[in-house]
Design a protein around this ligand. Structure first.
Ligand code: ADP
Ligand code: TYD
Length: 209
């Protein structure tokens, strides 16, 4: 895949940890400083990937096996990368993405057995790009789940797996932050929105400097 000059930032964390909120606030703050920012999300971020999003996020929790989900999320990511992320990075923009491959490493790689190696193999074969910086919003799972449920949408497949999954995902993300210590920044999400945003901005400005 092509090399790039922009900055690729991702947000990760359990459902309801505040990723979407913080991604939006960071985009506003960087734009106010004159940066050209593309704010995007996964699954989704391109027309084709948004179609796949509906398939994976709506319906019964047992609608797909973990193996099928790996293929669907990776297909969506490949389209998103080709059509949205790489062109923006090549144009020197800052790309802020709400979830990326680390979510597949967790949700498909850990939730129903150990499929991490399969996720990594497919990633190496068809994606081959890691973020320059990943902001992990670390959060108490009960609070996260109640915030996520409070949104009352139709995209609840993973939230319907329940709080045990959120505990597993939190521990998994913390382990991932140690594994990829060079690109992960862990931020405490159990604080007022503005405090978290301040912390996020400080870490990103350091990376941009
Ligand atoms: P995620 O994208 O991680 O699922 P959201 O950004 O959608 O999380 O936030 C989930 C809900 O929690 C939203 O209703 C949002 O307004 C609220 N929220 C986000 N951050 C905070 C915070 N620091 N304190 C209280 N509520 C928050
Ligand atoms: P998202 O819209 O970010 O949900 P939330 O705002 O609740 O955090 O993502 C939807 C769900 O998709 C989320 O429960 C995690 C799941 N997901 C995966 O299982 N694998 C993936 O690769 C991605 C990107 C998301």
């Amino acid at each position: 895949m092509s090399t790039s000059n922009g900055l690729f930032l991702t947000f990760e964390g359990i459902d309801g940890s505040g990723k979407s909120t913080q991604a939006r606030l960071l985009a506003d703050r960087l734009r106010a400083r004159g940066h050209d920012v593309v704010l995007t999300r996964e699954p989704g971020g391109s027309p084709g990937a948004e179609e796949i999003r509906r398939l994976v996020l709506e319906g019964d929790p047992d609608r797909w096996s973990a193996e099928t989900e790996i293929l669907l999320f990776t297909a969506a990511r490949r389209d998103h990368l080709e059509r949205t992320i790489l062109p923006a990075l090549a144009a020197g923009k800052v790309v802020i993405c709400d979830r990326f491959a680390d979510s597949t490493r967790m949700y498909q790689g850990l939730s129903r057995g150990d499929l991490r190696a399969v996720v990594d193999q497919l990633h190496a074969l068809l994606i081959g790009r890691e973020p320059d910086m990943t902001i992990l919003i670390d959060m108490d799972p009960e609070t996260g789940l109640s915030r996520a449920k409070g949104r009352q949408g139709t995209e609840e497949r993973f939230e319907d797996f329940g709080v045990d999954l959120q505990h597993k995902m939190r521990a998994g993300f913390q382990a991932l932050a140690r594994e990829f210590a060079n690109r992960f920044q862990t931020i405490d999400g159990n604080r007022p929105l503005g405090d978290v945003a301040q912390d996020v901005e400080a870490r990103v400005l350091k990376a941009l400097a």
